[in-house]
Design a protein. Sequence first.
Length: 402
Amino acid sequence: MASPDGEKNASPSSNDFVIRDGFPALRDCKGNPLIEGKEPIPQDPFVSFSSALNTVQNEPELCKTLLDDCATVFTARTLEDSAAYSAGCTYFVPAITKEPRCALEALALEIFRQHTKILPEGSFVPEQSGAEWWTLVLDADPPEPTEEDDSEDHDEVGMHFDADYGLEDQAPGLLLHPRVATITYLSNYGAPTLILDQKSPPPNEKLNGQIQKGWLSGPLLGKHVAFDGRLLHGAPATFFRGISPQDAKLITSDNEGKPAPAKKLKTDEKASKLNTKEKEISIPQRVTFLVNLWLNHCPLDAELLEEEVAKKLKTPMNKKLWQISLENSDKLESRLVGVDKKDPAGEEETVLCNHTLTIFYNEKMEKQHAISLEATKEGKSFELSFSEGALRLETGGQIDDD
C-alpha cells in the first residue's frame, strides 16, 4: 500500500476493509487482512462431486418435499413487487447461526461449513461471513432450440458474474465476489452449466479476448459443483443444450418442469427423475439450489428468509439428512471445442459491468450440442479446451442506467 506522495503506509489493521483480487481479504493469525502469500481458498477453479447430497438420491419422499420447499421459496422471490421474475433477490444465513429455521438454511450452512473447514482458524470473522443462497425453479416446456429462434422460452441462463451488485450500485465498476460459488442439482434435466476461465475485469477495464479453458456441468440429482466465485458462468442453452423429455427415452413418466433463472436472468428447464433401488420416479420440476460463500463481507442486498415463508417449509430438520459429502471429487474428462469458420454457432449478447458484452461461439452448433448432450445425459462434468477463436468476448458500448 502506498500513499499519494509515494511513501509506504503501515500494514492494514483489523478494522480496515481490504479487497484482494476481487475478494474481501481473509485474515492472518493476528486478525489483520491477509494481503500477501497464497490464498487457501478457492483451492481449485472448478470441482465436481456427483454424489454429494446422497440423501435425496436415496429417499424419494424427502426429495419431493425438498423440491416443494424450493418452489415455495422461489415463488416468494418471483412475486415481489408484482414482478414476473426475481430482480436479483437472494437470501443470507450468517455463519454464526446456531439454529437454522428450515432445512434450506441448514443445507446452505452445511455447504458453507464443508467448504470453509480447511481454513486456518481466524481466517474470517463469523459475524461478517455466511452463505448467500437462493433456489431456481421454472415450469415450462421449451421448444427445440434453433439458430434462428430467439424465443425467451429456451432453457437459458445468461452468462454473468456473481457479485455484490448492491455494492456495485454504490460504487460503479467495482465487482466484489463471493469466495466460492456452488450449485447443487436437484434433478437430471435442463441446460448444463458453463463456467469459463475468465475473471471479472478491474474497474475501467473491458472484457475482451479469447477464452482458452472452461468447464461444463450436466445436471444430476444430488450433484454439487463449486468454482471460483470470480468466474463468468451461466447456462447458454441455445449453444450448449440440455436433454428434453423427448430425448429421455427411458423415463417412465413424462412430467416436465425446470429450474429457475439465475439472478436477473432467464432460465427454462425440464423434467427430471429420481433413481431408487426399487423404481424410477419422475419429478415434475427441474430445481437447483445455489449457495455463494462470503467471507468477511455480507452482500448488501441479500436478506434473511422471511419468517412467514420459513414457516411454510416442510422438509424435516434432521441434521443427518443434510450431511453433504465433499470427500471424493469427480475425475474430469476433457473435451475440445473447435472452430467452424463456415458455419459458426452464433453469438449471445448480455450486459456486464454496465456495458454490452457479445460472446461469439464459433464452433458448429451440432458439435457443441453433442458435447453438452453427452454431459447432460450422464450428469458428467467436463473440462473444456477451446481452440483459438472458438469462444471470444467483445465488450461494446456503455449502458445508461435509465
